[in-house]
Ligand binder design. Structure first.
Ligand code: SF4
Length: 381
């Protein structure tokens, strides 16, 4: 492996910045106005999610929540609604909580010290560094997934980056490579290189400004670095989701607990079996003519496990609106409330109650990463 020697940063950053001047992305919505709030929101949205997917969400989010005060004063439900379909909903909950802290403790000004930024919910070391570097040109290293890949390959670092010893080495290299000047451009450059050239599979080494000294390219080890996460047995879980339909036009939604998958979003009530769902409808909804119609099982893939969903439709004739509360709501796709609903749940609702919904911006149409159960930056659920 290449050592972190004096001059490492210069020989790494100089060709990278020259490449950025020619090929880097400079006109993304959060680049044209680099206010810390905008950069912050973009960095949170970009965790686990690709730029092309983020752009329409970012623009809609900025229209509704143009500054930190607007975000802090909004109800969480509305924030989750604007996040619906982006996935990893803990990001939205943390963003909202952090906005309230910025208003309350920092007078609405995004803090400028790494320590203060890292104290905000949902912001780890790399995201804090990226926000300060991109918005304030502060010399802070970053180490997101793209940067880990570039550094592990260029310096020939073995070991899974999630292991503390490997992570420690990569942070040291990230710091050594970050220049004292043009920090914002350098930060964008290394992220762009990882996203567009030094990609996970088949990196475009012949187009890479770092190819001359790249350890992985010289040794032909691009597909071995960075090392993969050690394999763990994959779990699967089963659940029966109830589509309780009232009058053929409303479906009962239940607010999910704040922690866990789709935390804080609205979802379908879950049961161990369709019989249990039917009994519940009769007991709680007074739906005496409830007839259960099992729908096909579908598998939803999360980061660490698979969820096998058995949807069951129960037309609750005679059901009354007795359940409306903080916890339950009857939801009509024809007159939708601004609620955060995970994309797979929305797909089930739309299949059960198909109605034309054209002509409206619908965040639910994307579900690239609506998966996962937490853990680290970009944590899910
Ligand atoms: Fe990545 Fe290839 Fe560039 Fe090395 S030469 S940093 S492997 S794209």
């Amino acid at each position: 492996m290449n050592a972190v020697a004096p001059g490492t940063g210069h020989s790494f950053a100089t060709p990278l910045l020259a490449w950025f001047d020619r090929h880097g992305r400079k006109n993304l919505p959060w680049q044209t106005d680099r206010a810390p709030y905008r950069v912050w929101v973009s960095e949170i949205m970009l965790q686990q999610t690709q730029v092309a997917t983020v752009i329409p969400y970012f623009n809609a989010f900025m229209q509704r929540f143009p500054d930190v005060a607007a975000l802090a004063s909004a109800p969480l439900d509305e924030v989750l609604h604007h996040w619906s379909g982006l996935g990893y909903y803990a990001r939205a909950r943390h963003l909202h909580g952090a906005a309230r802290i910025v208003v309350k403790r920092h007078g609405g000004e995004f803090p400028r010290s790494l320590e203060a930024v890292m104290k905000l919910p949902g912001i780890g070391r790399s995201t804090a560094g990226a926000i300060l570097a991109l918005a304030c040109n502060a010399r802070q290293p970053i180490l997101d997934g793209n940067v880990k890949r570039v550094l592990a390959r260029y310096f020939g670092i073995d070991g899974f980056p999630g292991e503390p010893a490997t992570s420690h080495k990569l942070w040291a290299l990230a710091d050594a490579c970050t220049p004292a000047e043009r920090v914002a451009d350098y930060t964008q450059a290394i992220m762009d290189l990882g996203a567009t050239v030094c990609v996970r599979r088949r990196p475009l080494c012949s187009a890479c400004p770092l190819m001359q000294a790249c350890a992985a390219r010289i040794a032909g080890r691009q597909d071995q670095l960075p090392a993969a996460r050690p394999r763990r047995a994959r779990r699967s879980q089963k659940t029966c989701m109830l589509l309780a339909i009232r009058d053929g036009e409303c479906v009962l939604l239940e607010r999910r607990p704040p922690q866990g998958i789709w935390g804080g979003l609205w979802g379908l009530p879950e049961f161990a079996s369709s019989d249990a769902a039917r009994d519940w409808c009769i007991r709680e909804l007074r739906a005496h003519q409830a007839t259960a119609q099992p729908l096909g099982t579908l598998r939803h893939t999360f980061t660490h496990f698979d969820l096998d969903i058995e949807p069951v439709r129960i037309d609750c004739d005679g059901a009354q609106g007795v359940m409306e509360s903080e916890r339950y709501v009857w939801y009509s796709p024809a007159a939708p409330l601004a609620l955060g609903i995970a994309a797979p749940v929305m797909a089930l609702i739309e299949a059960a109650l198909p109605l034309p919904l054209a002509g409206e911006y619908r965040p639910q149409t994307h579900s690239p990463g609506d998966v996962g159960v937490g853990g680290g930056e970009g944590d899910a659920a």
